[in-house]
Write a protein that binds this ligand. Sequence first.
Ligand SMILES: O=P(O)(O)OC[C@H]1O[C@H](OP(=O)(O)OP(=O)(O)O)[C@H](O)[C@@H]1O
Ligand SMILES: O=c1cc[nH]c(=O)[nH]1
Ligand SMILES: [Mg+2]
Length: 209
Amino acid sequence: MGKVYVFDHPLIQHKLTMIRDKNTGTKDFRELTDEVATLMAFEITRDLPLEEVTVQTPVCDAKAKVLAGKKLGIVPILRAGIGMVDGVLKLIPAAKVGHVGLYRDPETLQPVEYYVKLPTDVEDRDFIVVDPMLATGGSAIEAINSLKKRGAKNIKFMCLIAAPEGVGLLKEAHPDVDIYIASLDEKLNEKGYIVPGLGDAGDRLFGTK
Ligand SMILES: O=P(O)(O)OC[C@H]1O[C@H](OP(=O)(O)OP(=O)(O)O)[C@H](O)[C@@H]1O
Ligand SMILES: O=c1cc[nH]c(=O)[nH]1
Ligand SMILES: [Mg+2]
């Protein structure tokens, strides 16, 4: 079964509180989301494989470690996932970026796919799917279905805020996928919004409401 990691780092929690605040405007919302994505990426990349090399320091030769060159891909779920991409790329700039476009039908809450573009070597890459919100879980499950259908094997899912309902369904649908969360919130409301959450992540990021 996939593991669920909730990051309790003080910097992540502090910035997330500012993100939640309804008085935080688009510019600050975007910058804070970017910063939290970087901090989360630091934790997520903890298990990247290393290899030993020899480096010449000014003093002598030293055996030292470098990344073993694992191929990585970041996949934002459009739109809101875009807000987390640059933050992750700051730490792993060589990662390729794929896109999965989904919106949640406001009536049925079911995800509707409208765009998929992934790196060509899907089978050789490990992927981090990013989206600020995991609510009912429908969008994350569908995005990961889409990646697996095209050959992806190793996938992690990273979000800012998750509802217990979404975490449960995502674990059930994709037991091989580890889930990384900055905050596990209380519940969903009758409209499928996370409580207390942060509102509509896409609208707040792009100023569309
Ligand atoms: O877990 P779920 O119930 O599927 O909800 C989560 C999805 O809802 C939001 O996207 P939205 O549909 O608002 O699209 P947007 O990013 O274009 O605003 C969010 O960014 C997730 O993708
Ligand atoms: O609370 C929620 C739930 C789904 N999508 C959002 O943007 N926010
Ligand atoms: Mg939205």
